[in-house]
Design a binder for this molecule. Structure first.
Ligand code: GRG
Length: 296
């Protein structure tokens, strides 16, 4: 791999966008408004960090990118689903996402709920139909993503998050919530490549598993920091929203300085897990640094 990962990001982003384009029903097919809203939810911007993590882990393990298209797409569809629900009036009640009106503002609440509802089964269908990967690995992928978005994953984390508004949480409790709400899907993107990689030694699986857990929590802490320090036009959503909702976040409970410190610690511990891969992990290392240093 001669070109550095940061120069190949556009290629990977185009790749996953092409696959998403092929996976989503055209807006010209009935029910048109629903399909249009699903497409809006997916194509209204987005950094595609989870697909990039799947492809970078694939590079680390020497897996051809075509075997990672399905997990990358499925996880991005679930992510898009979660953002639509997260923005609804019943949850965070946000009007702006990725610098554009949220789905329920652009369409209406019922359409937003249905668009999100339809993105989830689409994701599982794509995993089930993955070609060139053994049936038991496909089942494991379905299980991985199901667990990551269910009540012991993202949905559970969101539920704890909503209940924690205005509450004091310990750092351990907060990080547990982050590991579910945000970390589970990020972790799944990384572990999906381990599942596709036939015969990966246990030591390497464990290293990537730990890498995924640390970087997933760091991602959310950085998100919290950006909510405090970022500007609406850069982060693409209303800055200071966490404070307005009295959210339990790392900066609100422990201050910005400790938040930055914790992010750096989590990055160090994530990177320590990559040592066993040597230079093969260069892309993953770059992405891990991007996650804690990004401006949006
Ligand atoms: C989808 C099964 C399912 C349930 C919904 C609403 C909900 C349960 C969960 C919400 C979880 C959530 C919104 C967590 C926040 C994660 C987060 C930091 C999102 C921002 O991710 P980025 O920065 O966004 O990758 P872009 O816009 O770049 O894609």
């Amino acid at each position: 791999m001669t070109q550095k990962f940061e120069h190949r990001i556009d290629d990977y982003t185009e790749r996953v966008n092409r696959c998403l384009e092929a996976a989503l029903p055209p807006a010209s097919v009935a029910p048109e408004r629903l399909h249009e809203a699903m497409r809006y939810a997916v194509f209204n911007g987005g950094k595609r960090v989870r697909p990039l993590l799947a492809y970078a882990t694939g590079e680390c393990l020497g897996i051809d990118a075509r075997f990672l298209d399905a997990p990358a797409v499925a996880i991005e569809l679930i992510h898009a689903f979660s953002l639509v629900h997260d923005d609804l009036p019943a949850m965070d009640d946000d009007v702006l996402r990725r610098g554009k009106p949220t789905v329920h503002i652009q369409y209406d609440e019922a359409t937003a709920i249905l668009a999100a509802d339809a993105l989830q089964p689409l994701a599982f269908g794509i995993l089930a139909n993955l070609e060139g990967v053994a049936a038991d690995a496909r089942i494991e992928l379905v299980r991985l993503v199901a667990d990551a978005c269910g009540s012991v994953g993202m949905t559970g984390g969101q539920s704890i998050d909503l209940a924690a508004e205005g509450e004091e949480l310990s750092a351990r409790e907060l990080e547990h919530m982050y590991s579910l709400k945000t970390g589970a899907l990020i972790h799944a993107a990384i572990v999906s490549a381990c599942i596709v990689c036939d015969g990966l030694p246990q030591e390497k699986t464990a290293a990537l598993d730990n890498f995924g857990s640390s970087i997933g929590i760091a991602f959310q802490i950085k998100d919290d920091i950006l909510d405090v320090e970022g500007e609406t036009h850069v982060i693409g959503k209303p800055a200071g929203a966490d404070q307005r909702l009295d959210k339990a976040t790392y900066p609100s409970l422990f201050g910005l300085e400790r938040s930055r410190q914790r992010c750096a610690e989590l990055l160090d511990s994530a990177l320590a897990n990559l040592e066993v891969f040597g230079d093969d992990a260069a892309s993953l290392e770059w992405l891990a640094r991007f996650i804690v240093e990004r401006g949006q």
